[in-house]
Design a protein around this ligand. Structure first.
Ligand SMILES: [Zn+2]
Length: 489
């Protein structure tokens, strides 16, 4: 097994990944609150942890991955009342929509995807353990709270001290809480379809306790990696640690991995600002691989800023990947017997470079840079005479690219169909009619056939101005979109 360095929010440094069970990673990542369709900010965490999980599996780990659905929440109750449907009907609808989004993004299902509403007995069990250990108390009103100050290392994940959290006045203590810092484990409630019987009367769980309970159900009291967006560090993850360690009397998650946050044109995405992009809407414009690539061009811990320009250039980069793969497949066909590689080409070296980047806290940015360098090298095969060594080299490159792209969930489709569909989507997005491109190509052919080369060149220039590049070959003229990687193709 390769040594993998992981940045751990809990210790504030990169550490070697050491699992509790040999070759087995137990991973929990907080899922979405299912009251509304997912936007591309939700997709961010899902994509990063999908790649992290896939890489761990690629290097030989078994991964047990739990991603929950928060299906009990104030927002769900409010929205279902607005729509005049039951909370369950709303939740089922949103979960189905989220599953479609994940499929479209190529995000594999987690090993377990539990719902809060199906984990109530376990949640009650954890609260009872907290009561037994003196960390929870119930109030005459029928609420149950966590006793924050009793946990002397409270604040260790977010580096906050309880003295600083205190606002300095006791007046803020609501209801019959002992202390303003205490947070709810159980809230008295009798909303139909969103409340359950408990030892403290009818009610529903607080937000933080659900993850403590579901992680324990599927991964045990202690596990390896807990993930989520950075906005969850406080209070959600801090409270999860406090609850689980106090209930189980043992450490909770060894590593805490947090993904960055998304902005659109440097502004936080929000429905009220009208800049929110639903995943389903994005998938109507572009295939999911475009969003995956756009995210993986950033390190998972970085904050990411998207704009229309980022989406377009990511779509064109993906097109370049697929077109190069198609080219390599053509050079590599028909396959020949074992011969040596062309001098100066070592496709296997890319595999080591890829691991060097990925074992360094899942460095997708560097890994993509290495792939791009190897693409440039592989493109040299387009020049010169055919030879058995060239066929063999092209096949070797294509195999390595497909294997490594597989870790990222990219470039796994058969090139021809994907290229056609992606090109159509990109030109539609640019507001160009594909039929116009085709008719200009035909007009150029006619001009050239009648030896009117000046007219032919004019038409080519017109297409270039539209961002369309022509490639004349033995099978006729093909077109693609102009794109240059950072150092030029
Ligand atoms: Zn959570």
């Amino acid at each position: 097994m390769r040594d993998i360095q992981v940045y751990n929010t809990l210790t504030g440094k990169k550490e070697k990944l050491e699992t509790l069970e040999p070759s087995h990673v137990k991973l929990y990542a907080c899922g979405v609150t299912v009251y509304d369709d997912c936007h591309i900010g939700h997709a961010m965490q899902a994509i990063y942890f999908d790649v992290i999980r896939t890489y761990l599996e690629y290097v030989g780990y078994k991964v047990t991955y739990v991603r929950n659905y928060t299906d009990v929440d104030d927002k769900i109750i409010k929205r279902s009342q607005e729509r005049g449907i039951t909370p369950k009907a709303l939740v089922d609808e949103i979960i189905a929509s989220s599953e479609r989004d994940m499929k479209g993004l190529g995000v594999k299902p987690a090993t377990f995807e539990p719902r809060v509403s199906e984990s109530i007995p376990e949640i009650i069990g954890v609260i009872q353990d907290l009561e037994t250990n003196g960390f929870a108390y119930s109030t005459p009103e029928g609420d149950v709270y966590y006793r924050v100050r009793k946990k002397t290392d409270y604040g260790k994940l977010s580096n906050r001290k309880t003295e600083e959290l205190q606002s300095g006045t006791r007046d803020l203590v609501k209801g019959d809480k002992e202390d303003e810092l205490d947070f709810a484990l159980w809230k008295k409630d009798n909303t139909e379809g969103a409340s359950w019987d408990s030892p403290w009367g009818r009610g529903r769980p607080g937000w933080h306790i659900e993850c403590s309970a579901m992680a324990k159900m599927y991964l045990g009291k202690s596990f390896d990696i807990h993930g989520g967006g950075r906005d969850l560090v406080f209070p959600h993850h801090e409270n999860e640690i406090a609850q689980s360690e106090a209930a189980n009397s043992c450490p909770y998650s060894t590593y805490w991995m947090h993904s960055g946050l998304l902005t659109i044109n440097k502004t936080k995405m929000s429905k009220s600002l009208g800049n929110s992009i639903l995943t389903s809407k994005f998938l109507q414009r572009f295939p999911g691989e475009v969003l995956r690539l756009a995210y993986l061009q950033n390190h998972y811990t970085s904050n990411v800023d998207f704009s229309e320009q980022v989406f377009r250039s990511s779509a064109q980069r993906l097109l370049y990947f697929y077109e190069t793969m198609r080219e390599l497949d053509q050079i590599a066909s028909p396959a020949t017997g074992a011969v040596s590689l062309l001098p100066g080409h070592k496709p296997d070296e890319l595999i080591e470079a890829f691991h060097r980047e990925m074992t360094n806290d899942f460095g997708t940015v560097g890994a993509l840079r290495e792939i791009l360098l190897a693409f440039r090298k592989a493109n040299e095969l387009r020049q010169g005479k055919p030879s058995p060594a060239k066929v063999h080299t092209a096949a070797a490159y294509a195999a390595v690219f497909r294997e490594l792209f597989g870790v990222f969930g990219l470039v796994q489709a058969a090139p021809e169909d994907f290229i056609q569909s992606l090109k159509s989507k990109i030109v539609a997005d640019l507001g160009i009619e594909e039929s116009k491109i085709e008719s200009l190509i035909t007009a150029r052919k006619t001009a050239r056939d009648t030896k009117n080369f000046a007219r032919g060149d004019e038409i080519r220039a017109e297409l270039t101005a539209m961002g369309i590049e022509l490639m004349d070959g033995p099978q006729g003229t093909r077109w693609t979109l102009q794109w240059k990687d950072e150092e030029g193709k």
